[in-house]
Design a protein around this ligand. Structure first.
Ligand code: PEP
Length: 253
């Protein structure tokens, strides 16, 4: 059984006080994270330590950064390195979110460097991919996503990709309330798994957790997560509501 993951992406939302209240409320809301499941909270940099401390001792619950820089250290004012994240005990980092690609010009090549730096410091990437609406309408989504994966990840070894986490997020479904159907999600997830199987073999592809992202909420999570190649979700808006995210966690296989 692949690891099933509910990952929250808070993006640039919440004050520290609101963030603490959200975690407290979530912890008080009944939910369970089983042995083969993970709940991960990708929170803004200033709250990483606070949220990590609040979740200390909770089984299979982790905190993630939403980004890191692709260089090791140096004169990059305002950036945060993988080494810094490691030094405060962060074990996961979201890389290549479509908002980073669009607003901060992150390229596939740069993301390949970010993945390398994360690995160098033992931080596990949650690597995002996904097509814009124009590509979906042209029917080219499979090759578009395949190129993203190849250009950023195919330099990795089979060992590095075992247990890797991918988040497939069609851009037209992020924050729009427009969810891909569970069949559309399954179709792309199977394609992504096949891309890895072709390059690295089924032994590797079958261990990769592929999360779906794009307007996942309590009311649709079970249906989407129920598909064979969907191993959970990366959740934006609904992760800011404790009851919603608790239900999403409970919707994991
Ligand atoms: C996201 O930010 O990764 C995301 C999927 O957002 P939303 O759930 O709000 O569509």
């Amino acid at each position: 059984m692949r690891t099933q993951i509910a990952a929250a992406n808070w993006k640039m939302n919440l004050t520290l006080q609101q963030a603490e209240a959200l975690v407290d409320e979530l912890l008080q809301t009944p939910h369970s994270v089983n042995a083969d499941q993970l709940a991960i909270f990708a929170v803004p940099f200033p709250y990483l330590i606070t949220v990590k401390n609040k979740l200390a001792g909770k089984q299979n619950i982790f905190v993630a950064a939403q980004n890191c820089y692709h260089k090791k250290n140096g004169a990059y004012t305002g950036e945060v390195s993988a080494e810094m994240l490691k030094s405060i005990g962060i074990e996961y980092v979201v890389l290549g979110h479509s908002e980073r690609r669009e607003y901060f010009n992150e390229t596939n090549a740069m993301l390949g460097e970010k993945v390398n730096i994360a690995f160098e410091y033992g931080i596990k990437p949650i690597f995002c991919c996904g097509e814009p609406l124009s590509i979906r309408e042209a029917g080219s989504q499979n090759s578009f996503v395949e190129t993203q994966l190849k250009e950023s990840l195919f330099h990795l070894t089979a060992d590095q990709l075992k247990g890797f986490i991918i988040a497939y997020e069609p851009i037209w479904a992020i924050g729009t309330g427009k969810t891909a159907t569970s069949d559309q999600a399954q179709e792309m997830h199977a394609h992504i798994r096949n891309v890895f199987a072709t390059q690295y073999g089924n032994d590797v592809a079958d261990t990769i957790s592929i999360l779906y992202g794009g307007s996942v909420k309590a009311s649709n999570a079970k249906e989407i997560f129920g598909k064979a190649d969907v191993d959970g979700g990366l959740v934006g808006g609904a992760s800011l509501i404790a009851a919603e995210f608790a239900t999403i966690i409970d919707s994991l296989k």
